[in-house]
Design a protein around this ligand. Structure first.
Ligand code: A2P
Length: 272
């Protein structure tokens, strides 16, 4: 929807306000929304910004949210948890098209291509809403230009929580613009490995366990992780991040940063 089509209440009244253009609820714990993009906002796919609402005390209530849309998109997309007693998300989950959210236009983050040394295979390891920065990077042409193979793993409690990622992967594989930019066949570079931990699905288990016992490599028909050509980005709960660091370092990968690129990077997903 164009801003010009918005109802009268969409007139911006807050500083740094953006207008909600789309909301989609997945489960009672997860939803996605899109907002207008400030014209001046430049960011690298994978970065996060502070967004939120005006609190009852008249002060902005802001949290870090990964931008789930790619850097070239006209709008900004976010993927959020709903915490019923969470200070922000208990309110944010009720936003509707035409409402305003506050967005501080200062993008930052470590889940960016610049923080990794060149490689051949790129892994995105995510749990829950930790898939958000990868939703951005997976729609970024550079991801496929820089790597021969891109593997997205997403672990959630149940099948319904996988829908956002499954829809995303299907849309990317059918994306004609990406195919035109990167070349036919780019879709085969993208491998998708969804797993659930609390409901039966074709692949069950935490990604950490499936890496430790080699199941992931056997399922995908590939060699184990090799620091010479594998690169990784990790985004999820604190537990996932800690465990994945140990696993990746066990394979010889070192943690990188914007100022000091290496073989893997980690960031905590938004939690409350
Ligand atoms: P589990 O069900 O075994 O806790 P949440 O919705 O709580 O953020 O969790 C999202 C997914 O992340 C769940 O499937 C959860 O599995 C999984 N998970 C939680 N901690 C870890 C961890 N340390 N390593 C791998 N997966 C994890």
């Amino acid at each position: 929807m164009n801003i010009a089509d918005q109802p009268a209440k969409a007139v911006k009244t807050l500083p740094d306000a953006q207008v909600v253009t789309e909301v989609q609820h997945y489960t009672d714990r997860l939803f996605r929304f899109r907002v207008t993009r400030p014209q001046s906002l430049r960011f690298r796919s994978g970065e996060f910004v502070m967004i939120g609402l005006m609190g009852d005390n008249g002060k902005p209530l802001l949290r870090a949210y990964s931008i789930a849309s790619p850097a070239w998109d006209d709008e900004l997309e976010f993927y959020s948890i709903k915490v019923q007693d969470g200070p922000l998300t208990s309110k944010l989950q009720h936003i509707q098209v035409g409402d305003e959210v506050i967005l501080r236009p200062k993008p930052v983050g470590t889940l960016v291509h610049d923080a990794l040394l060149p490689g051949k295979r790129l892994w995105f390891f995510s749990t829950g809403t930790g898939i958000a920065p990868f939703a951005s990077l997976l729609r970024e042409p550079q991801t496929y230009q820089d790597y021969d193979e891109v593997i997205l793993t997403h672990t959630c409690r149940d099948v319904a929580e996988l829908k956002y990622g499954a829809d995303l992967v299907a849309a990317i594989r059918a994306d004609e613009m990406l195919a035109e930019l990167i070349g036919e066949g780019f879709a085969e570079k993208l491998r998708y490995y969804p797993t659930t931990t609390r409901e039966q699905s074709p692949k069950m288990g935490r990604i950490t366990d499936l890496l430790r016992d080699g199941t992931v490599f056997a399922d995908l028909g590939i060699d184990t992780i090799d620091a010479g050509h594998d690169r990784a980005m990790v985004c999820g709960s604190m537990g996932l991040n800690t465990d994945m660091k140990e696993i990746l370092e066990g394979f010889g990968l070192r943690e990188g940063a914007n100022s000091d690129p290496a073989e893997y990077v980690v960031e905590k997903a938004f939690v409350g």
